[in-house]
Write a protein that binds this ligand. Structure first.
Ligand code: UDP
Length: 333
């Protein structure tokens, strides 16, 4: 099979590319290298089974030339990270709305299968203990920029669904919940690589708010396995799936665990949200996925523990230093 992976040089996209190549598939990666890095694809490119096209998903002619030779498209290219969305709202919206329109429409029009990456951000501030795929989306006002990301992801999901219901297209949507692991960068706000880099540098770990907010982290290796199962499962067509872990941890506890596992003597400091984020931020207390649908359809459950996730991120940060460890003190703090 020949797969088109948009955003294939990014964190999750590059792991998916590696996994596809490992099982004998060919991959065409389309990436504008804005947040993705060629380095993430070093191993995959060396196999000769991967072709990298550097360009934008906003370029319809380029996207058409990529979808023309692909059997399946994994659409992951997006502006991601709360910090990036708040700091560059216009560019993020255009890439996430227009870009998704171009990629999904192009692939469907040539009759191929499309899997669309969405996010737990879809649920907004719904505080239900268990978020199932049919849970309500509770978004704040348009004056709060954070909700633009949820709106953009919602657009992609509705578009994929409409192509399936009205044009019989083969589409699948999945929603990632706090995926972590090697190759994730802390430059756009993601907490795990930031804490690990801060701990390794002996800098204070910056817990935003009071640290009682909870998240369920999932190792990118488990996430990759989930996406591949959805690629191969005919019964997944037209459906939407949560991909995440059922194990919650508070951000305060995560900071202490990272300190323990790095053996760092860093301290933990609390940073008020208005100092941490640009205007337009609103915190989410908890995001906990109901995973029964993906388990039922594919048999998938995550296996790796939070300790294994932290250890893998530490090993990656150490192995890639100084390239992955920010030298800019502002970025560390
Ligand atoms: N966070 C933090 N310190 C940081 C970066 C993030 O305390 O240096 C917090 C952030 O406010 C949120 C949680 O960690 O409560 C997860 O943030 P991330 O951006 O990784 O994911 P999301 O907010 O999308 O769940």
């Amino acid at each position: 099979m020949r797969y088109l992976v948009t955003g294939g040089a990014g964190f999750i996209g590059s792991h998916l590319t590696d996994a596809l190549v490992a099982r004998g598939d060919e991959v065409l990666v389309l990436d504008d290298l804005s947040t993705g890095r060629i380095d993430n694809l070093k191993g995959a490119l060396a196999t000769g089974a991967v072709e990298l096209v550097e360009g934008s998903i906003l370029d319809r002619d380029l996207v058409d030339s990529c979808t023309a030779s692909a059997d399946v498209c994994l659409h992951l290219a997006a502006a991601v990270g709360v910090q990036l969305i708040l700091e560059q709202p216009l560019d993020s919206l255009l890439r996430n709305v227009r870009g998704s329109d171009v990629v999904i429409s192009s692939m469907v029009e040539r009759g191929g299968k499309v899997l669309v990456a969405s996010s737990s951000e879809i649920y907004g501030k719904n505080g239900d203990v268990l978020l199932s795929e049919d849970s309500d989306r509770i978004l704040g006002p348009t004056s709060t920029s954070r909700w633009a990301y949820s709106m953009a992801k919602g657009f992609s999901e509705f578009l994929a669904k409409a192509y399936t219901s009205e044009r019989d297209a083969d589409t699948v949507v999945f929603r990632f919940f706090n995926t972590v692991g090697p190759r994730q960068t802390g430059s756009y706000g993601m907490v795990m690589p930031r804490f690990v880099q801060q701990a390794l540098a002996g800098a204070p770990l910056t817990v935003y708010g009071d640290g009682t907010q909870r998240r369920c982290f999932t190792h990118v290796r488990d996430v990759t396995e989930a996406v591949l199962r959805l690629c191969d499962e005919a019964a997944a067509t037209g459906k939407t799936f949560n991909i995440g872990s059922p194990h919650e941890i508070t951000i305060g506890d995560l900071a202490h665990k990272v300190i323990e596992r790095t053996g760092s003597d860093s301290e933990v400091i609390m940073v008020p949200y208005d100092e941490a984020y640009a205007e337009g931020f609103e915190e989410i207390g908890c995001r906990h996925p109901d995973l029964s649908l993906i388990r039922r359809v594919t048999g998938w459950s995550p296996r790796l523990t939070i300790d294994e996730m932290i250890d893998d991120v530490i090993a990656y940060s150490v192995a890639t230093a100084p390239a992955a460890v920010p030298v800019d003190a502002k970025e560390v703090a």
